[in-house]
Write a protein that binds this ligand. Structure first.
Ligand SMILES: NC(=O)c1ccc[n+]([C@@H]2O[C@H](COP(=O)([O-])OP(=O)(O)OC[C@H]3O[C@@H](n4cnc5c(N)ncnc54)[C@H](O)[C@@H]3O)[C@@H](O)[C@H]2O)c1
Length: 300
C-alpha cells in the first residue's frame, strides 16, 4: 500500500535541540512537510543556521535558542514563538545530553544534569505548551526516549532513568490529552550523530543517518498520529515497544507465598496472553477480578 503524503501545513512545530543531529533532521523533515518550525538549541549559532536552511529551501522558520533545563528560558522561548506565530501545534522534545559512567563511578551532579536536560527539559517545554494546546483542542507531542531507558545499557544509569521517566510521562499525558485532541508519543531513535560518535560500527554509519529516523517524527506529528505509542526507528526500520502485563498467577493457597513466588517465576513471567493495559489501574482491577475464585484470601 502506498501511503499518501502527510501535510503539516499550517502547523507550527517547536523542535528542541534542533541545532544538529536528530533534531536538525526532524526540523528539516517537518518543514519539508509544510510545518512552520521553531528551531531550538542551546547553541544560538546552530539554531540560526538550521532556521536559515529551512528558509533557504522555501520554508518558514525561526531560531529560538534556549536552555530547556531552565524553565525561565523555556517560558521566554515559548513567548517568542507565540508572539511570532500565535500558536504551537507540535512539540518535539529532542534535546538531550549524556554523562556516561558506571553507577559506581558516577556523581549525583552528573545524574541530576542528565535528568535536568532529558527529563525536566521535556517537562518544562511540555508544561509551557500544554494549556495552549488544550485551548486549541489540538496538539502533537513527541518525547525522545531511548533503548537505554527501555532496556538498559551499561554505564547509562542516569540516562536510562531520565529516558524511562519520559515513557511514564507519555503514558499519563496521552491519557490526559486524549479528550483535548492532544496525542503524545515516544520515539526511541538510533542514528549516527555527535552524541553517538564512536559508538556504532563504522560500516553501519552510512545506514544510520538521522534522516532515516525523521519520518517517524513526521508520522507522530501528523493529524492521523497514534497516541501512547513508543516507536523505535533507525536505519529505515520502524518497530514498536510495549509495556506489557503477563496474565500472572494466584498463589493464595500456598503455605509460603514468598517461596512460591520464586518457584513459580516461569508462570508469573509467562508471556503467553500478556497484554498492554489501557491505564495503570488495570493492574489492581485484574488482581481483584481474579480473586473471587478464592474463598480464603489473607487480608494482610
Ligand atoms: N543518536 C542516537 O542514536 C540516539 C539514541 C537514543 C536516543 N537519542 C536521543 O535523541 C536526541 C537527539 O540526540 P542526537 O543523537 O541528535 O544528539 P546530539 O548531541 O547530536 O544533539 C543534541 C542537541 O541537543 C542540544 N542540547 C543539549 N542540551 C540542550 C539544552 N539544555 N537545551 C537545548 N538544547 C540542548 C545540543 O546542543 C545538540 O544540538 C537526544 O534526546 C538523545 O538522547 C539519540
Amino acid at each position: 500500500m502506498t501511503a499518501s503524503r502527510i501535510s503539516l501545513s499550517p502547523r507550527v512545530a517547536l523542535v528542541t535541540g534542533a541545532g544538529q543531529g536528530l533534531g536538525r533532521a526532524h526540523a528539516l523533515a517537518l518543514a519539508r512537510h509544510g510545518a512552520i518550525v521553531a528551531v531550538n538549541d542551546l547553541s544560538c549559532e546552530d539554531a540560526q543556521s538550521v532556521a536559515q536552511e529551512i528558509v533557504g529551501s522555501g520554508g518558514q522558520a525561526m531560531a529560538c535558542p534556549a536552555n530547556v533545563a531552565d524553565p525561565d528560558s523555556v517560558n521566554a522561548m515559548i513567548d517568542s514563538v507565540m508572539t511570532r506565530y500565535g500558536r504551537i501545534d507540535i512539540l518535539v522534545n529532542n534535546a538531550g545530553i549524556l554523562r556516561d559512567r558506571t553507577f559506581a563511578k558516577s556523581t549525583i551532579e552528573d545524574f541530576r544534569a542528565v535528568i535536568d536536560v532529558n527529563l525536566m527539559g521535556s517537562v518544562h517545554c511540555t508544561h509551557a505548551v500544554w494549556n495552549l494546546m488544550r485551548e486549541r483542542q489540538y496538539g502533537r507531542i513527541v518525547f525522545t526516549t531511548s533503548s537505554s531507558g527501555l532496556y538498559g545499557n551499561f554505564g547509562q544509569a542516569n540516562y536510562s532513568a531520565a529516558k524511562m521517566g519520559l515513557v511514564g510521562l507519555m503514558q499519563t499525558l496521552a491519557i490526559e490529552g486524549k479528550r483535548h485532541g492532544i496525542h503524545v508519543n515516544c520515539l526511541a531513535p538510533s542514528a549516527a550523530t555527535g552524541m553517538t560518535s564512536g559508538l556504532y560500527d563504522s560500516g553501519d554509519l552510512a545506514r544510520l543517518g538521522s534522516g532515516m529516523v525523521a519520518p517517524a517524527v513526521v508520522a507522530l506529528c501528523a493529524q492521523e498520529a497514534p497516541t501512547r505509542a513508543i516507536i523505535l526507528a533507525g536505519a529505515g526500520r520502524f518497530a514498536q515497544a510495549h509495556v506489557t502485563m503477563t496474565r500472572g498467577t494466584y498463589l493464595n493457597g500456598e503455605q509460603d507465598i514468598a517461596a512460591a513466588v520464586l518457584s513459580h517465576m516461569d508462570r508469573i513471567g509467562d508471556r503467553d496472553g500478556d497484554h498492554v493495559p489501557a491505564s495503570g489501574p488495570e493492574q489492581h482491577q485484574m488482581e481483584v477480578a481474579g480473586l473471587k475464585h478464592f474463598a480464603n484470601v489473607p487480608l494482610i
